[in-house]
Write a protein that binds this ligand. Structure first.
Ligand code: ISL
Ligand code: CA
Length: 590
């Protein structure tokens, strides 16, 4: 059910008055447009990802907890968040920070209790916010009761919950690699057979061919939906169907096995069954982590007529400049091409996501912006403008609303990630890659960059914990923190807040057609968003220089909606060109 809501307009107007004129105009200028067809709450929403371990610690053990999230709900509400995606909060031995689940119906002890969860959810609802949780069902923990049983003997009733095979020629059943290093097969002493694990050894893959497994998953989903959660982010969901026969990967697929793992023959049968059995019976939002899914295949997951998922995460933006752990150069035209392609895959019957990082990627300002002290804030605001004006549901990762940066890692001992440990073994210890070379890439690509604790204030440990944080806080917390940004109307935080407000009030920025005006321009990203007779122009300067951007013929600016604080003077209505300041990002009404 879609209902139009206007939050805090009066408060917003008051803030707007106290700011430079460019900030204020949105609230006066935006008319109330008709509700577009195809509207849905999960298209209109802005989602905020919480990585609970690093969000807010309330009992001094150095680990974020559910009560810590509850304590910050007003902060998130004021920011403008509609939905929270909570990374795994389930009982887990933490081989992969909760992406290895031991009990799908129990809360991780470090994070609190089921009572804490229920209270957190009730407090979210009180504020009109929804919660989606992480569904990690390609694999479980090896400490899950199902696997404990499964590994006992070949005739155990749980044997077929996982994927067991005999070895071949004295080795693994096939050449599948694990994402976290080594083979994807582990020999188990009890029976001499091997089990499959696409990720760590402690993350055995579930056997979705077994209808009992599928029913267990659907029951778990109902358990959480009945508690009142509003949907799921589905971890590596395309991997659930395994290839018939599990034959060897050809040599050219070994470096990127995800394109084979994501292509099992029954993945769409399973998702349609899941939709029929569970999702269609609730008012949910679903987003699949579509690692290994190509642009051509994407609509198979998201075309609403197929009744599978609402949307997926495409990795073509965050992995634009990556080859595994290696960082490559990227250009603005490449980034724009990825955006255009993603928009096309959404098509008429699908929907997209818009995100610039998550808990598996570097910080967005360090990645696509400029995290030097001079340009950090303005470039973070420029990226925020880009992310929140795409056609797709925005997913904002904790701390990005402050322009938090990558961590200044020195040696290998500074890293915590299980992925790093596997790579260090496979590439460095094996002598294939010199340590310095690996580390120089890792500093920019490591998942730990996004996992350092939230920087709440200038207090010790950024106010994240009164104890010793499980992962070091970025030392720049004294300069970059929530407390100071909430006080500062010109901060990255307030720019995010304004953008969400503008987006909420401007249906064209949510549903409107996307058009890149100048795909080859290496400095400026210029695009329009159009819905009926409403048309908006977004201009973003991706450089440290002033760039004069000539507007295409026939395109006339009527008013400035929102600027990121870089513009020096308002554009005259009808101007033929705009002089864009370094990292300027402005939304105009045409
Ligand atoms: O982040 C990656 C590599 O740097 C990806 O390979 C990542 O592992 C992949 O996108 C799958 O991610 C998801 O499943 C993993 C978990 O470690 C990630 O945190 C999760 O987002 C296994 O559950
Ligand atoms: Ca804690």
């Amino acid at each position: 059910m879609f209902r139009r809501k206007f939050f805090g307009i009066t408060a917003m107007a008051a803030v707007a008055l106290s700011l430079a004129p460019l900030y204020g105009s949105a609230y006066a200028a935006t008319p109330q447009a008709p509700i577009p067809p195809g509207a849905a709450w999960w298209k209109e929403a802005v989602v905020y990802q919480v990585y609970p371990r690093s969000f807010n610690d309330t009992n001094g053990d150095g680990i974020g907890d559910l009560n810590g999230i509850t304590a910050k709900l007003d902060y998130l509400k004021t920011l403008g968040v509609d939905v929270i995606w909570l990374s795994p909060h389930f009982d887990s031995p933490n081989a992969d920070n909760g992406y290895d689940i031991r009990d799908y119906r129990k809360v991780m002890a470090e994070f609190g209790s089921m009572d804490d969860f229920d209270r957190m959810l009730a407090e979210m609802k009180k504020r009109g916010m929804r919660l989606i949780i992480d569904l990690v069902v390609n694999h479980s923990s090896d400490e899950h009761q199902w696997f404990v049983e499964s590994r006992k003997s070949k005739d155990n009733p749980y044997r077929d919950y996982y994927i067991w095979r005999d070895g071949k020629d004295g080795g693994a059943p096939n050449n599948y690699p694990s994402f976290f290093g080594g083979s994807a097969w582990e020999k188990d002493e009890a029976t001499g057979q091997y089990y499959l694990h696409y990720f760590a050894r402690k993350q055995p893959d579930l056997n979705w061919e077994n209808p009992k497994v599928r029913n267990e998953v659907y029951d778990t989903m109902r358990f959480w939906l009945d508690k009142g959660v509003s949907g799921f982010r589905m971890d590596v969901i395309p991997f659930i169907s395994k290839q018939n026969g599990l034959s060897d990967l050809p040599a050219d697929k070994l470096a990127h096995p995800e394109f084979v793992y994501a292509n099992g023959p029954r993945v769409h049968d399973y998702l349609q069954e899941m939709n029929r059995e569970v999702l269609s019976r609730y008012d949910t939002m679903t987003v699949g982590e579509a690692f290994g899914v190509t642009f051509e295949q994407a609509p198979l997951f998201t075309d609403a007529r197929r009744k599978e998922l609402n949307m997926i995460f495409h990795f073509d933006i965050v992995r634009l400049d990556r080859d595994g752990w290696r960082k490559k150069d990227w250009t603005l035209p490449q980034l724009k091409a990825a955006y255009a392609q993603i928009d096309r895959t959404g098509g008429t019957h699908g929907w997209n996501t818009s995100f610039l990082t998550n808990h598996d990627n570097p910080r967005s300002v360090s990645h696509f912006g400029d995290d030097s002290p001079e340009w950090r804030a303005v470039s973070a605001k420029a990226l925020a403008t880009m992310m929140l004006t795409q056609r797709g549901t925005p997913f904002l990762y904790q701390g990005d609303e402050l322009g938090m940066t990558n961590y200044p890692f020195r040696g290998i001992e500074d890293y915590n990630d299980v992925e790093v440990k596997g790579q260090w073994h496979d590439f460095v210890e094996s002598g294939k890659v010199p340590a310095e070379e690996y580390l120089s890439h890792l500093r920019q690509t490591s998942r730990d960059n996004a996992r350092t604790p939230m920087q709440w204030s200038a207090a010790p440990n950024g106010g994240f914990t009164s104890g010793k944080p499980w992962l070091a806080v970025n030392p720049n917390y004294t300069r970059i923190n929530a407390a100071s940004q909430v006080e500062d109307a010109g901060s990255v935080y307030h720019h995010y807040r304004r953008l969400m407000e503008v987006r909420r009030q401007t249906p064209a920025l949510i549903h409107g057609e996307f058009r890149d005006l100048d795909p080859a321009n290496p400095k400026v990203f210029a695009y329009t968003r159009t819905l009926d007779d409403k048309r908006y122009l977004v201009l973003i300067n991706f450089t440290r220089e002033t760039v004069v951007y000539g507007l295409p013929e026939g395109l006339k600016i009527a008013a400035t909606v929102l600027d990121n604080g870089a513009a020096q003077q308002p554009v005259q209505p009808g101007a033929a060109s705009v002089s864009l300041q370094p990292w300027q990002a402005t939304i105009y009404e045409l």
